[in-house]
Design a binder for this molecule. Structure first.
Ligand SMILES: [Zn+2]
Length: 314
């Protein structure tokens, strides 16, 4: 077995064990046809001709977040940012953080280092021009920073990112670094330089590692299991969890794409229940943007325009 060379130095966490921890709420802003699970049936060339629903679905999510007075981080695809710059400005106006989800949702380990560098630089430039702020955070398409693509961490450092949130410390057919640290902290790139990692989470039930970070897991598993898993990370591990969702997960009316049974199950299960379930989650836990949590912990190096201003919504 290949030894995982992803190492973290643990950061100091608040000592008040009974104080509710503030967790990261994040959204991967992409359309239903960008998803890796559907990629075998959707060519990239067909994207511009498909019905785009990302803007209205993101607005739906923004309305729910405003209603619950929750702010978060929006990892936006460059392809979407190019077409909807006003949406990004609305996200910032409502007190959220903008971060980068790459340009065209390609899996990193299927790209050359040069391709990845160019596509990520392009996405970061588009996002920063749209919102007039530095973009500090990155999340790979389908969490595709794996053992084979750890070189991507060096590219992210070169491009000026300060944190990454792409490593899923589980086994999965498309992503995951089993054995990687589940804790927030600096991760070593192959060059020896470090970047802060805010990893995805798995809880432990009867000796089994169960992913509870969001997305398909959030829709497919019973909510009581998700809630117990997230509480376990807060209470037993004593650390904030990372939660993620996609705007298309609140859209049961989205056009159906014909794919295999496993992909259909992952993409379409319980879409009609997701918004209500999310509403409950937002009441059960406290949330903030990822950069704000990392800044509170002293994990981010550079100064950035503060996202810690109070939410200013009706
Ligand atoms: Zn994505």
């Amino acid at each position: 077995m290949v030894k995982c060379d992803v190492r973290y130095t643990e950061l100091t966490l608040p000592s008040e064990s009974d104080m509710p921890l503030v967790n990261a709420f994040t959204v991967d802003v992409e359309d239903y046809f960008h998803v890796a699970a559907l990629a075998s049936a959707v060519s990239r060339e067909s994207w511009p001709t498909r019905e785009s629903r990302v803007e209205r679905n993101t607005e739906r999510l923004l309305t729910l977040l405003a209603d619950k007075r929750v702010r978060g981080t929006f990892f936006v695809l460059g392809w979407v940012a190019e077409r909807c710059p006003a949406l990004l400005r609305q996200v910032v106006r409502e007190g959220h953080e903008i971060a980068c989800h790459g340009y065209s949702h390609q899996l990193i380990y299927r790209q050359s280092q040069d391709e990845f560098r160019e596509e990520t630089r392009r996405a970061k430039d588009i996002l920063e021009q749209a919102v007039g702020q530095p973009v500090l955070g990155y999340r790979a398409a389908s969490f595709s920073i794996t053992r084979e693509s750890l070189w991507a961490l060096d590219v992210l450092i070169d491009l000026g990112f300060e944190y990454d949130s792409s490593i899923f410390p589980i086994h999965h057919d498309r992503y995951g670094i089993p054995g990687a640290s589940p804790r927030i902290g600096p991760v070593s790139a192959p060059s020896g330089r470090t970047l802060v990692e805010f990893p995805m989470n798995a809880a432990s039930f009867l000796g089994l590692r169960v992913p509870v970070s969001g997305g398909g897991y959030f829709r497919i598993f019973p909510y009581s299991l998700i809630r117990a898993g997230l509480r376990q990370i807060n209470r037993r591990a004593g650390q904030p969890f990372m939660f993620y969702l996609h705007p298309w997960e609140l859209d049961p009316e989205q056009p159906r794409i014909r794919v295999g049974m496993l992909s259909r199950f992952r993409h379409y299960t319980n879409l009609h229940r997701c918004e209500r379930r999310l509403s409950t989650l937002l009441e059960d836990f406290s949330f903030a943007p990822a950069a704000e949590i990392l800044r509170e912990q002293g994990a981010l190096r550079g100064a950035m325009e503060s996202t810690s201003r109070k939410m200013n919504v009706a």
